[in-house]
Design a protein around this ligand. Sequence first.
Ligand code: ADP
Ligand code: ZN
Length: 195
Amino acid sequence: MEVARKQPDRGWIEVVVGSMYSGKSEELIRRLRRAQIARQKVQIFKPLIDDRYSADHIVSHSDMRIASENVRTSDELVAKVLPETEVVGIDEGQFFDQNLPAACNTLADRGKRVIVAGLDQDYLGRPFEPMPQLLAIAEYITKTLAICVVCGDPANHTQRLVASSDRVLVGASGMYEARCRHCFDPTLAAPNTTR
Ligand code: ADP
Ligand code: ZN
């Protein structure tokens, strides 16, 4: 008797959240690689937020990489998922529109395993939509911590080192670092701070 490898309508959502440098991309890539090793059909997406980052890979800070497709919206993402796809990986979830949780629900309801990585907080320590909404509906949640570059404790915060009040500020390395609760200083990013 042949045993079905996977029940077709049994999907779910996994979310990996934490600060920058906490290993979200590494963890996402690890899970997706294992699915590929299991010969599952995998599709991987990231948001096209900046044309300088249009390379067709997810790349971790430790230079792990995996091929990915760029999408502009969560609706476009859903449209690109093929019927035979079993696992959907999504990086930088915080840069997607507010429809991302609904999009993930749609895919999970179609039987896909959906894995999303993203920042749970912005540079001021505020919940970074749509990740809180996604955390609320996910079956499985993993919180990753980085290492505080000031004191060496586990770090839950992304410290912005340049003055800007833009929530999304993508640029050269050196603009952000990981810091713990004690060493995190949101006023460093305030445009009028005199130093
Ligand atoms: P994220 O996706 O959460 O930004 P990545 O998966 O891209 O994180 O990178 C994690 C890797 O970054 C670590 O395995 C380590 O090699 C490197 N790294 C650099 N700075 C730090 C730090 N302050 N804390 C932890 N890891 C760091
Ligand atoms: Zn610290």
